[in-house]
Ligand binder design. Structure first.
Ligand code: SAM
Length: 299
């Protein structure tokens, strides 16, 4: 059985840089089943509860975060704490938001008396926290992964975010123009973050085992340079480009159900931004789109 008392003693108020994880620090499938039985908990598919059980993957995640004793970390969905204890050990403070009341109670007990951990029982999508984190990390619940990422993009200025996401979602985030994965999500992400896949993880590293593979990604904040009005135009143009991704750009914009552009206005936008209207929307890069935004907000 996973030894909760050892964990509580090891996590001290003053963070230390700990040595590599040992087998004792990791939860395996049996530990999780034991905890579920003892506390009457049950992993819910609806809440995306797939727990990390591969110690090597946990170690790689912890190493990637480059934590220091000054780090102020937010963890979304700590679950049974596969990452939480390790993060608390290596950082100055950790705030963890967990939607499941059973897991939140278990964690509260596990981290009782631990001064640098703040546990919040709640839905991250409905919780307002101060914008005071250096690092945000989560093995994200896949049912609302993009929603959580865009909430962070809109509300928090944190420069470094690390997420476990479904592999397909990661591939859409880092895709290039013309690729089948390239789309509105790729471009919307670029408004806020530089996305990078750090490594991929097979489904056997989780319990219960999910039906999909995963990727661990790093999102690095980029300077926002579009005004509020330009951002609105950016979203209109992105939706218009991809509602008919196989159409020629001039036709996709003129016929777009998301915009009210006359043929003349479309011609002028394309002329001012120096973009060929015969291209397909899916061939346009982020810089092309920004040029169109500037042209569209002028004409
Ligand atoms: N961090 C743990 C791990 O790696 O083993 C659990 C990760 S599990 C994939 C996702 C966690 O997010 C679950 O504990 C789930 O209850 C929690 N969760 C789901 N939706 C949430 C939400 N809207 N706000 C906060 N936590 C949420």
């Amino acid at each position: 059985m996973f030894d909760i008392s050892i964990k509580m003693i090891k996590i001290t108020r003053k963070p230390i840089i700990a040595a590599n994880l040992t087998a004792k620090d990791r939860m395996n499938r049996k530990d999780i089943v034991d905890i579920e039985q003892k506390y009457g908990l049950k992993a819910s598919k609806l809440l995306g509860q797939n727990f990390l059980i591969n110690g090597d993957v946990i170690q790689r995640i912890i190493d990637s975060l480059c934590l220091t004793p000054d780090s102020r970390v937010l963890e979304i969905g700590p679950g049974l704490g596969a990452l939480t204890g390790e993060i608390a050990l290596r950082s100055g403070s950790l705030t963890a938001v967990e939607i499941d009341s059973g897991f939140a109670s278990f964690l509260r007990e596990r981290f009782a008396g631990n001064g640098n951990v703040t546990l919040i029982h709640g839905d991250f999508l409905k919780t307002d926290l101060p914008d005071s984190f250096d690092i945000i990390v989560s093995n994200l619940p896949y049912y609302c992964a993009s929603e959580i990422i865009f909430r962070i993009a809109g509300r928090y200025s944190c420069r470094h975010c690390y997420f476990m996401v479904q592999k397909e979602l990661a591939e859409r985030m880092v895709s290039k123009p013309g690729h089948k994965n390239y789309g509105a999500l790729t471009l919307n992400m670029k408004l806020y973050f530089d996305a990078r896949i750090l490594f991929n993880i097979g489904s056997s590293s989780f319990y219960p085992r999910p039906d999909v593979n995963s990727s661990f990604i790093k999102l690095e904040r980029v300077e926002e340079f579009l005004s509020k009005g330009e951002k609105e135009m950016f979203h209109i143009l992105v939706k218009s480009l991809f509602w008919g991704r196989r159409k020629k750009l001039s036709r996709a914009l003129t016929d777009s159900p998301h915009a009210d552009f006359s043929r003349e206005r479309v011609d002028e936008i394309l002329f001012l931004s120096g973009i060929d209207g015969n291209l397909r929307g899916e061939m346009l890069g982020f810089d092309d789109l920004c040029a169109m935004v500037r042209a569209a907000t002028k004409v």
